[in-house]
Design a protein around this ligand. Sequence first.
Ligand code: MLT
Length: 404
Amino acid sequence: MFKINENYLKLPGSYLFSTIAKKVKAYQEANPDKEIIRLGIGDVTQPIAPKIIDAMHSAVDEMGKAETFHGYAPDLGYDFLRNAIVEGDYKSRGADISADEIFVSDGAKCDSGNIQEIFSLDNKIAVCDPVYPVYVDTNVMAGRTGNYNSDTEMFENVIYMQCKEENNFAPQLPDKTPDIIYLCFPNNPTGSTINKAQLQEWVDYANKVGAVIIYDAAYEAYISEQDVPHTIYECEGARTCAIELKSFSKNAGFTGVRLGYTVVPKDLKCGDVCLNSLWARRHGTKYNGAPYIIQRAGEAVYSAEGREQIKKQVAYYMNNAKIIKEGLQTAGFTVSGGVNAPYIWLKTPDKMTSWEFFDYLLESANVVGTPGSGFGPSGEGYFRLTAFGSYENTIAAIDRIKKL
Ligand code: MLT
């Protein structure tokens, strides 16, 4: 008789964004006349930039001719894209990363879930609280955590680093020593970030205790302040302790196209084993590479025209962030984020729980957001709104909230 992976049974409920989608669908079915504005999941709404669409069209045409047809992609990514990434995201920032340290994939969500596979089950993970649920859930599925405690709303054998208003929603170095540290800056869900000196402290700490940092930089394009690092490899010593995850979803609108990459420096070792080789082995065995057409689209993101066009999209979303933040402040909410990230993190009014506020907002304003408690116990009493909606919907949503 077969047996299932019982670790899955430790997970409470369904995936956060699936729960929200189900609730919204039920509400819409019961109230078909209501016009719902979705500012919940961080999904983009602007069309893909023309330069990128052109690149995709040309690549489609190439696929239709025998002499330019492409079959399986190289499992680690085409050189044209890996080289463009090195030039555009690393060399330009003085970060020492080479093309054979870049692993192209179908997105940062999958990579952030899969990367734990190359580590022993004995490793202890440390995560921010609140946190993007994928980091924790995938470690639960793998069996790296203990059971879920419904009183504390935490898994056993996980170090939770509370990110509260008092510390600007940035984690402090943990008291217990972790083996794997997940950091995401600019942060999802709180929209907070840390400066270069603060990130350097994490790098120094990881090197000192022999931990690895999984650094999720999916929202890097939204950084507007000077002293905020765009990549962890701006910090000295990061090559020996950090893996970086990047996405094309948020900077170039690829949520439905799917493209991302992971950086595993060759200096990152456990004894004499190179993590770069382990990830290459995993990638080669389990993955057949992002499609040629999509990798050509990714390459266009780094062209002069592509850059100019996506910069305008980022500015468009950040204008929404400003509208949300200032609108909510005027309405008397306590708000943070929205300066270096497309997420606005607000305190729920009148001591409502995050889910109570979710229902209230859905029913009274027909606006969907994300309950902070869905990201961890320290998110209770908070709520996340995304700036990825259209300008018109953002204005309308804030007007409705102001009228509550
Ligand atoms: C979010 O809303 O937190 C993210 O968009 C989800 C994701 O990127 O997977």
